[in-house]
Design a protein around this ligand. Structure first.
Ligand SMILES: Cc1cc2nc3c(=O)[nH]c(=O)nc-3n(C[C@H](O)[C@H](O)[C@H](O)COP(=O)(O)OP(=O)(O)OC[C@H]3O[C@@H](n4cnc5c(N)ncnc54)[C@H](O)[C@@H]3O)c2cc1C
Length: 327
């Protein structure tokens, strides 16, 4: 009945939606159960209206951009998902500011401003998410973070009001912001633009792309970094002196060998910490990247728990959807 009302509301307001959608088809990692209703608003106002309608009618919902940070467990089913991908306008104002709506694709945003000769976004070109989620978690790479040039964010607060929040008033840190806990919905963002040297900008983008290709998984479905860390092996080494020595020796030996993966180190780490599996749930490139080899989520989830138990201080960056208190 509740969904019928919602469907009527969506029909009347010409907002597109799909019914009984399989997450294993639409999620980036290609796992998960069925969502009864998936909605694609195409403007900030319709996003606001749907959220307020759902809240007023006690309909549980979740917002997503590209799902590039979310592991949906196979058992997970949901009632209502709202996707922001059609709310994606990007605008350069007065050659000084960039305005990007929540569903804008970060690589498109980063390339657009970079190719217009503005610096500070080059490192972000390879992060395959939406601007909204990237602000939520202060996404970043290769020396650039989304918050570097951020001026303000328009959010939809828990009371259904749109508010502009300035960077100085936002609590943020490495891959984290207050928005993750206060349930604000990011609607639109404003950044300052700084002119740079176009050929240096292009060079940096080229280097970032080459480096990503060499060091990160790009064949199997994956979600980037599993834990919020620059070096998972060092984090593991913090809790075990013998492993620390082994890691030091391996890295010293391999420094001059240009390896394109960490196969040997991964094998050794798994043996050392007794991590077993039938189908390797992580990338050859790094243990800090889960991959989908088409065998379901169970082994992937067990692997995450195994790693976390080695050093409980490590913070999960990927979100596990379908269980309580994953971190
Ligand atoms: C190959 C690969 C490489 C990656 N490399 C990097 C990297 O270098 N650096 C990095 O930081 N990340 C990286 N990531 C992770 C991911 O791309 C980023 O976290 C990205 O910001 C997630 O965007 P998304 O739209 O896919 O978010 P989603 O996965 O759709 O959502 C993530 C979270 O944000 C919430 N959310 C989504 N939209 C909104 C909104 N508008 N308002 C409020 N909450 C919202 C969701 O509810 C969810 O909790 C990588 C991922 C992949 C697959």
């Amino acid at each position: 009945m509740i969904n019928k009302n919602l469907e009527n509301y969506l029909d009347i307001n010409s907002i597109s939606f799909k019914k009984d959608v399989s997450l294993s088809k639409i999620s980036y990692f290609k796992t998960g159960g069925v969502v009864k209703l998936v909605v694609y608003p195409d403007s900030i106002n319709s996003l606001k209206d749907i959220v307020n309608f759902a809240r007023a009618n006690n309909i549980k919902f979740e917002i997503f951009g590209k799902t590039t940070n979310c592991l949906f467990l196979d058992s997970f089913v949901a009632n209502l998902f709202i996707f922001t991908k059609h709310i994606n306008n990007i605008m350069i104002e007065d050659e000084k500011y960039l305005i990007a709506e929540c569903g804008a694709y970060l690589p498109t945003v980063a390339k657009t401003v970079s190719m217009s000769g503005y610096t500070g976004f080059e490192g972000l070109v390879g992060i395959p998410g939406s601007i909204g989620a990237s602000v939520l978690m202060n996404a970043g790479s290769y020396g650039n973070e989304v918050f570097d040039n951020l001026i303000s964010v328009d959010i939809l607060d828990n009371y259904g009001n749109i508010k502009t929040v300035y960077k100085k008033d936002i609590d943020f840190s490495f891959r984290n912001t207050q928005f993750k806990i206060d349930s604000s919905i990011v609607l639109s963002t404003k950044f300052s633009l700084v002119k740079g040297n176009l050929s240096s900008i292009k060079n940096k983008i080229k280097n970032v792309s080459v480096n990503r290709r060499d060091t990160q998984e790009h064949v199997l479905p994956n979600l980037g970094s599993l834990f919020a860390t620059r070096d998972i092996y060092s984090d593991i080494a913090q809790v075990n002196v013998i492993y620390k020595v082994i890691l030091y020796l391996i890295r010293k030996t391999y420094r001059f060998k240009k390896e394109i993966n960490n196969k040997f180190l991964n094998k050794l780490t798994c043996k050392f910490f007794d991590i077993d599996f039938e189908s390797q749930p992580f990338s050859d490139k790094t243990m800090n990247c889960i991959v989908n080899r088409g065998k379901g989520c169970e082994e992937v989830y067990k692997y995450i728990l195994d790693l976390k138990s080695i050093n409980p201080e490590m913070k999960l960056e990927n979100e596990i959807i379908g269980i309580l208190n994953a971190d």
